[in-house]
Structure formats: structure tokens, C-alpha cells
Ligand binder design. Structure first.
Ligand SMILES: [Zn+2]
Length: 392
């Protein structure tokens, strides 16, 4: 029995040794295989961003920027924060986009725009245009159509006539010269200087009225037409030259002049009662790390932030979160405004500014007037202190 037991033990030992040898050879084969195949594989595939899972091509030192200057995805990580991807945008793009600020301080300096489209080609039957030359930025036309279709549904008015849209620099110059000739002055107080009219951007429109009996009238935005001022921001439009902002806009109150800035910017501007000058300046405070959050009238949530142009380069690397649905517009001054559609619905927020910021009236936390200070500005004060009046 003992010999038998020994034989069994010996066999067991042999089996264990064979098993160990098998394991060692398997490990060796695996190691060799890993070295032969895995090493070059590892070298070649090292350029996957562990956060985004996207390819990073380290061989590309300078990101490719197409000649047309449009936005391209940048392969290199953002210089500031590794959790962001970056998008390379040509610095010329500062002067383009629906948020560019054009006024007496900042001229329009972009070249002729291929996206300028005659309204009659795309318009609906809810309004008319004063000629086939009336045109604007193509992207803004569907929103104009929706706005005036809904205005017609709400009020049965289809008598809005669009009398002005995109103007070339030459057209603005002609308007300006004609005004000088009429007044005999050396500068115009009515027509914006050539290069400084928002109409040159193709994002602005002037409304008038044309009635079914063939008569026309001035569009003053009152009565049924107040619907437009109450709802235009839902379609990305703002009343560009409000009565209480003439000192900031340098343009007299224009009840007829609307400007497309896109959602959600229009909503924030109209709800908070500020003008585009104030909005562009307010946005300077918001960065990719601390963006402004805007919830529009439908509860749709957006993030908005400013990225200063990189003046040491021809290109600015704009940080964006991976997979964000973003758009970029220049501000026509010194940088870019990024808008992220979060594709989320949130609770509505009131953007109405506290009364004292607008009129000098002090309110308590519930918005009730508690004191009236001496800086209160009446409507007549505002109009009398306006020194520069110009037709945009
Ligand atoms: Zn105008």
C-alpha cells in the first residue's frame, strides 16, 4: 500500500510540475506576444484622450484652420483645462456672427456675406416686403417667418411691411450723403455713419405697415403690434433701440427696428430690459468655468460664456466641453461668445432686473418700492439728455 501511495504522490508532484511549466510557458508566450504586437499597438494608440475617448493626433502641432475661417475641431487639448476640448477659430471671426455689436464705437468690418438672402425667396404670406432687394442673413429668416406667422394667428394682422434689411456700405454711404445734402450739415444726426449701421450686418430689419386698401402707416409697436415686442425674443429678435437706452445705443428710440441675436440671448436681453451694449459687456464676466446660465421661455437651458481673442496668434483656441452642442459668435470687439444648448428643461427664471437698476427706485427683496432716491430719471429727462440721435 505504501509503495502505491508513494507512486501516487510522485505522479501528483509530476503533474504539479507540468502544470507549473505550462503556466510559465503560457506567461512567456503571452509576454512575447505582448511585446511583439502590443508594444507597437500601444505606441500607435497612445493618442486616445482618456477623458473624451477621442483620438488626439500629436503629430498635428498647429490645428488646421480652413480658409473660409469656419470653426473646426481642434485636436490639441485646451491650454487652460484638460477637461475641455478646444476649437480653433480664426481671429477674423470676431467680426462675424449673430451677436456682433455694431454701433457708433464699433464699425462693421466684415467682408460681403454669402449668407445674405432676399426675403421674398423665403418669406411666408403673413407679411410683405417693399421690394425684391430686401434681404437679410439667411439663418434669421425662418425665425422671422415663425414670428410673423404667429403674430398673424394671434391678431389677424398680415399688414407688416419690411422696408429695410441688409445694406451695403455703399448704400449706407448714399443714405448718409443724401441726408447731408438735405440738411446742409457736415455730419448727420439722423443716419448712422457708413460702417456703423447695424443694417450692414444683415441681422437688422425695419418694419412699416401696408394696409389692404393700399395705404401705408408707420409701425409704432403699439396696440395689437405690441404683441411683437412681447414675443419677439422667443424667435431670437430684440427691439434694438429702446426708449430708455438711447444714451448707451447712441440711437434714438426706434419702435420699428428689430435685430436678430438668436435664442437664448434675445430672451435674456428683453426679459432683463437691457440693450445689446449692456449684454455684450455683461458677458465679459462669464468664462467657460463659470458660464452664464439662461433658461428661456420654454425652460430650455443654455450656458453662455466669453472667450477673449488670443492676440498673440491668428487663431483663438476656444474651450468647449466634450460633446457639447455649441455655437460661436464674435462680439465685434475683442473675442467670442460661446452658446451651449444643454438640451435640458429647467424651471423658469425671472430675469427682470431690480427696479433701482433701471430707474433709481429702491425696492425691497419682494420688489416693493420702499424709497425713491434723487437719481430717479423720468422719461422726459431721458429724452432731453439724449444728444446724439441717429437712424440705425
Ligand atoms: Zn433700422
Amino acid at each position: 500500500m505504501a509503495g502505491n501511495k508513494e507512486a501516487i504522490l510522485r505522479r501528483k508532484k509530476k503533474r504539479a510540475i507540468r502544470k507549473a511549466m505550462d503556466i510559465i510557458s503560457a506567461v512567456l508566450v503571452f509576454a512575447l506576444f505582448s511585446f511583439a504586437v502590443g508594444y507597437p499597438l500601444a505606441i500607435g494608440m497612445n493618442n486616445i484622450d482618456p477623458l473624451s475617448g477621442k483620438d488626439i493626433d500629436y503629430s498635428v502641432q498647429q490645428p488646421a484652420v480652413p480658409d473660409n475661417g469656419s470653426v473646426v475641431t481642434d485636436a490639441s487639448p485646451a491650454p487652460t483645462e484638460s477637461i475641455y476640448e478646444s476649437v480653433a477659430v480664426k481671429n477674423d471671426e470676431i467680426y462675424k456672427g449673430e451677436l456682433i455689436l455694431v454701433n457708433s464705437s464699433y464699425p462693421f468690418q466684415s467682408a460681403a456675406d454669402a449668407n445674405i438672402t432676399p426675403l421674398f425667396e423665403k418669406k411666408t404670406d403673413s407679411y410683405s416686403v417693399s421690394g425684391m432687394h430686401i434681404s437679410m442673413q439667411e439663418e434669421a429668416i425662418p425665425y422671422l417667418n415663425s414670428m410673423l406667422d404667429d403674430f398673424y394667428s394671434a391678431t389677424a394682422h398680415n399688414d407688416i411691411l419690411i422696408v429695410d434689411g441688409y445694406r451695403t456700405l455703399e448704400e449706407q454711404q448714399a443714405l448718409y450723403d443724401a441726408d447731408l445734402e438735405l440738411t446742409g450739415l457736415t455730419t448727420s444726426t439722423l443716419v448712422a455713419k457708413p460702417g456703423h449701421s447695424e443694417h450692414e450686418t444683415g441681422y437688422a430689419l425695419d418694419f412699416s405697415l401696408f394696409f389692404p386698401d393700399g395705404t401705408s402707416g408707420e409701425y409704432d409697436g403699439t396696440g395689437d403690434y405690441d404683441w411683437i415686442d412681447q414675443h419677439c425674443s422667443d424667435y431670437g429678435y430684440i427691439l434694438r433701440y429702446p426708449e430708455d437706452k438711447t444714451e448707451l445705443t447712441d440711437i434714438q428710440y426706434e419702435s420699428w427696428h428689430y435685430r436678430y441675436v438668436g435664442r437664448p440671448h434675445a430672451y435674456y436681453i428683453m426679459q432683463s430690459g437691457i440693450c445689446l451694449e449692456e449684454y455684450i459687456s455683461e458677458l465679459n464676466e462669464y468664462s467657460v468655468d463659470a458660464p452664464m446660465e439662461i433658461i428661456d421661455s420654454n425652460g430650455a437651458a443654455y450656458e453662455v460664456y466669453f472667450v477673449p481673442a488670443d492676440t498673440d496668434s491668428d487663431v483663438t483656441h476656444i474651450p468647449v466641453k466634450p460633446d457639447a452642442d455649441y455655437s460661436v459668435s464674435g462680439n465685434n470687439i475683442d473675442g467670442f461668445i460661446v452658446t451651449i444648448d444643454l438640451h435640458e428643461t429647467r424651471e423658469l427664471v425671472s430675469y427682470t432686473k431690480p427696479v433701482e437698476e433701471v430707474t433709481g427706485i429702491t425696492t425691497d427683496e419682494y420688489g416693493n418700492v420702499v424709497t425713491t432716491d434723487s437719481t430717479y430719471i423720468t422719461a422726459s429727462d431721458t429724452t432731453t439728455t439724449t444728444t446724439v440721435e441717429a437712424v440705425g
